[in-house]
Design a binder for this molecule. Structure first.
Ligand code: NG1
Ligand code: ZN
Length: 543
């Protein structure tokens, strides 16, 4: 009978009005907002089933299309520990999203059997959304879906994606924090202020930081946080959504990273450190303009990863926790120069995995301290229980110097949103490291030199005709494409002949996007001209 309600509700309020097939990809469902209402309603249903399969623990449902432009939207589910939805459920989500309204009732029934959901259990779903004008309507559809299966929805309104992940985690594990937006500020910003009150501002570090908010939710939240920083950090915020600024349009972390240009809507000051967030506040890159404001120097996810990893490693040494294993996780998009720097200079082990945060997160969990970042600025640090207890113990029993380093690390851990990449938490971590080292953006930039690279998108008939292996670095179909890529790459210089494991041609790979209907092409070589050319040639080969 409750399934009758589901059916009636769906028909009346959130009918399926399109036959376009939609798939739960790396970032959940993402497409034009006007194609999503029935999908989000059904994800409300699925979140309830997921919660019941997890013994009534809370599940998250986030409405966002991240760095995509305003007309798009999306929905993704968050598992009880604040991580992405378990992979085996992606197929179930896809099935439920695509059935006709007529089959919705029977399919829901089949899924309940398949996943063995105990419909007598309570179910709890936390719902958040980004700033898109289509988000409130979609959030309402999610609420209806949750209620239809007698779950309890709780709406968080406009929050960053990582704030919702944090709240889901806290709700299911109260040792992690308080499951509210305020609880998030208390923990993350509180830890930042604790550290900064003990760190002198010295050297080249300046407390002024300019921020590009991408006209999205991240900037808005930093505007709330700004007022509580007690002068520890002077945030100057741009692109907060006013003055006709459009979400992610020629601004934000993705624009800055991919176009390698500064965002519009900002006052550009020579050598000023700028942090650029994406539309839902889970990605962060930095940049600065040179002396005459002509050239931009980008500090991307690879840079943030190396900065954080080297700092944490120093602190682990200082507190004498030598047995803790630190490691770094990247994808094929990581700049080759960063991989070389991590391996040869920092001497930290690095793993390469497939694109998609869930893969990076998973691989990072195999270290005591796992630092993971995508080149686009999505990443965080995760700590094992062993790491936490060893550091806690040193903070109590170590000698004075060790205690100091351990206390700093404990605050650093509290400042970290371990559930998922988080632009706000990452920003506070970066600022802590630069301050502790007395460094400005130029010091940071000069730790190693990026290889010139280029990213392109190609639209093809069927992007899934391309399949890959070896963490997406090799293309296994269509036949002959990899051989062609090898042939094209070998005509260029790598610029990495200094690498211990040197191969001295350019580097290029292709893969189907999980979030857009395109094939992505990446190329790296010893000059920008060569990288651009190689990318164009590989794109041609795909087409
Ligand atoms: P796709 O569209 O699969 O390349 C993009 C990013 C991913 C990840 C997801 C989710 C690149 C090259 N790809 O995936 O790293 O962040 O979006 O948002 O940046
Ligand atoms: Zn995002």
């Amino acid at each position: 009978s409750s399934l009758r309600v589901v059916y009636a509700f769906a028909r009346e309020m959130h009918p399926k009005t399109t036959d376009v097939f939609i798939e739960y990809g790396t970032a959940g469902f993402r497409t034009k907002a006007n194609l999503l209402e029935h999908v989000v309603y059904r994800m409300g249903l699925l979140a309830v089933l997921r919660s019941r399969c997890k013994n009534g623990r809370t599940i998250g449902l986030m409405i966002t299309a991240s760095h995509n432009l305003e007309p798009d939207n999306g929905v993704k589910l968050i598992d009880p520990d604040g991580e992405m939805l378990e992979q085996s459920w992606e197929e179930i989500a896809t099935r439920l999203a695509n059935v006709s309204d007529n089959d919705l009732e029977s399919t829901t029934g089949e899924i309940i059997k398949q996943v063995n959901a105990d419909m007598a259990l309570k179910a709890s779903v936390y719902i958040g959304m980004d700033t898109r004008y289509t988000s409130p309507r979609l959030a309402a559809a999610a609420v209806h879906g949750v209620i239809a299966l007698k779950g309890t929805p709780k709406e968080f309104g406009i929050v960053t994606t990582p704030i919702l992940h944090f709240c889901v985690k806290c709700r299911n594990d109260n040792t992690y924090g308080t499951p509210t937006e305020e609880g998030y500020y208390e923990k993350i910003v509180g830890a930042f202020k604790n550290i900064r009150q003990k760190l002198p501002v010295y050297g080249a570090y300046s407390t002024t930081l300019h921020v590009d908010g991408a006209n999205g939710v991240g900037g808005k939240k930093l505007n709330i946080i700004r007022k509580s920083l007690d002068g520890e950090l002077d945030l100057v915020l741009f692109n907060l959504g006013g003055n006709g600024g459009k979400l992610n349009l020629n601004c934000g972390a993705d624009f800055v990273k991919v176009s390698q240009k500064p965002p519009v809507g900002m006052e550009l000051t020579p050598l000023q450190r700028v942090a650029s967030l994406d539309g839902d506040g889970d990605r962060l890159v930095y940049f600065y303009m040179d002396e005459d404001c002509k050239n931009m120097h980008l500090l991307d996810g690879d840079r943030i990863a190396t900065l954080l990893a080297s700092f944490i490693m120093d602190q682990l040494k200082a507190c004498g926790a030598r047995d803790l294993r630190i490691g770094l996780v990247q994808t094929a998009y990581a700049n080759g120069a960063s991989t070389r720097y991590i391996t040869d200079d920092l001497k930290i082990p690095v793993t390469c995995v497939k694109t998609g945060v869930k893969h990076l997160h998973h691989a990072a969990l195999s270290y005591d301290v796992g630092v993971y970042f995508e080149a686009n600025g999505h990443g965080t640090v995760v700590y094992s229980d062993t790491a936490k207890s060893v550091i806690r113990k040193i903070a109590l029993d170590g000698d004075a110097e060790e205690r100091k380093a351990a206390e700093l690390l404990l605050n650093f851990i509290d400042m970290t949103n371990e559930t998922v990449g988080d632009a706000i938490s990452d920003l506070f971590m970066v600022e802590t490291v630069l301050c502790a080292r007395g460094h400005d953006a130029r010091h940071w930039y000069n730790t190693y030199k990026d290889l010139p690279c280029r990213q392109l998108k190609v639209t093809v008939e069927d992007r899934n005709a391309i399949s890959t292996a070896d963490a997406e670095r090799q293309c296994t179909s269509p036949a002959g494409l990899q051989a062609r890529i090898d042939e094209l790459s070998s005509a260029y210089d790598s610029g990495r002949a200094f690498l211990s494991s040197a191969y001295d041609s350019g580097r290029a790979f292709v893969r189907p996007s999980g979030t857009e209907d395109v094939v992505r092409v990446y190329a790296e070589a010893d000059s920008q001209h060569s990288a651009d050319k190689l990318a164009a040639e590989v794109a041609q080969a795909v087409y």
